[in-house]
Ligand binder design. Structure first.
Ligand SMILES: Cc1cc2nc3c(=O)[nH]c(=O)nc-3n(C[C@H](O)[C@H](O)[C@H](O)COP(=O)(O)O)c2cc1C
Length: 355
């Protein structure tokens, strides 16, 4: 099923951008896990518009109502259902897109797939808004992982061609989650803000890359071939709208170096076998090797832009132009950082629980 994910920890996302609400059902959670909903709320705030530069002016509180699965502050082990009401919808903004499909969005493909029966308002079920319940599921998973010594962190790796300081693949990265531009280099944050502002004034948009690192994930988990750690993490990351690429460790750059430069060679320590480098990004043969898991996730520029664009008119069945006037992120990337952390946390909890 397209909006369900997971083997042991199963999540199911539901709702539409401009319907009554959106939410998630999480099944298979271990029982007796303390969940601090205030901490989950802080994670949600990092995704919600208003916190970051370039975000849509749509103001959603994204406050989560847990209907089931948590009792006396702990998971019951039965399905956890969390609902987020849609409070700031302006469907009028989208009346045009039903007839003038937005280039780069899912208006045309959604129509082709559901033969016009899908809810087109604000992108319906295809909306970036569906990342809110995914972010909540991840906030729950992160608290369970933390109790097992596993930390998930992410930052903006790049916006356009502007790059932040990359994570050191061997070390726990600095926590920049409280910054509205979650980057390590404050100087680059300023330039990124300016770039996003320029694009907004130009009624255009820009993409970028989120880098994510996981520390403390034990060696020897995962599976070879199809159900491997890389494919599992990539499959949930590709469930985030606007993701167009995922790479692990050195990623595509492995194609430019020699084996002697790329192999992570082991050495003996009193605590056991360690690796001298981490070009693989913590996964070999689909199985964790105990090094930090390191990945990057590329986001395309926001498709809805104010600049006039060529499209087709579905009423007159002729070529036309569209100027999108709704409220949109001129850069998705700052809001996507906690979403990437969340998706990775859900995937790793699933793999961990599978054993
Ligand atoms: C956090 C987040 C916010 C987004 N905000 C917008 C937006 O304001 N406007 C828009 O056109 N697309 C936005 N998107 C992207 C679209 O949802 C996405 O491009 C669209 O559904 C088509 O899917 P695809 O890009 O994966 O092919 C957002 C995505 C994310 C992850």
């Amino acid at each position: 099923m397209s909006s369900m994910w997971g083997n042991k920890i199963k999540i199911s996302l539901f709702g539409e951008s401009h319907g009554a609400g959106i939410g998630v059902v999480m099944d298979g959670l271990p029982s007796g896990e303390l969940i601090d909903l205030d901490r989950a709320d802080i994670h949600m705030k990092r995704r919600s518009p208003g916190f970051q530069p370039g975000a849509t002016s749509r103001r959603e509180g994204d406050s989560v109502r847990v209907l089931s699965g948590i009792y006396n502050g702990k998971t019951t082990g039965t399905p956890l259902c969390a609902v987020i009401e849609n409070t700031d919808t302006r469907s009028g903004d989208y009346s045009k897109t039903a007839l003038l499909p937005r280039p780069g969005h899912a208006d045309l493909t959604g129509m082709a797939r559901y033969e016009g029966s899908n809810d087109p308002r604000g992108g319906g079920h295809f909306s970036g808004r569906l990342t809110a319940p995914l972010t909540f599921a991840g906030a729950v998973a992160m608290q369970i992982l933390e109790r097992r010594g596993i930390i998930v962190r992410a930052h903006i790796f790049s916006i356009g061609t502007l790059e932040d300081t990359p994570y050191d693949p061997m070390k726990l990265p600095e926590d920049c989650s409280e910054r509205s531009m979650p980057v390590l280099s404050e100087g680059q944050a300023l330039k990124m803000r300016e770039l996003i502002e320029t694009l907004r004034n130009d009624r255009d948009s820009i993409g970028g890359v989120v880098e994510c690192m996981v520390i403390g994930f034990p060696a020897g988990l995962g599976r070879p071939i199809f159900d491997n750690i890389e494919s599992r993490i990539a499959s949930i990351l590709f469930g985030i709208p606007a993701v167009k690429g995922v790479e692990f460790g050195r990623g595509f750059k492995v194609a430019q170096v020699r084996g002697s430069q790329n192999n992570d060679s082991p050495f003996m320590t009193e605590e056991g076998i360690r690796l001298r480098s981490n070009h693989a990004g913590g996964v070999e043969g689909g199985i964790s090797n105990g090094m930090p898991i390191l990945l990057r996730c590329a986001f395309k520029p926001t498709p809805s832009i104010g600049k006039p664009q060529h499209t087709v008119n579905l009423e007159t069945m002729s070529d036309d132009t569209v100027e999108i006037t709704g409220r949109h992120d001129s850069c998705i990337v700052p809001r996507a950082v906690p979403v990437v952390e969340a998706a990775v946390a859900v995937a790793l909890l699933d793999i961990l629980e599978e054993g």
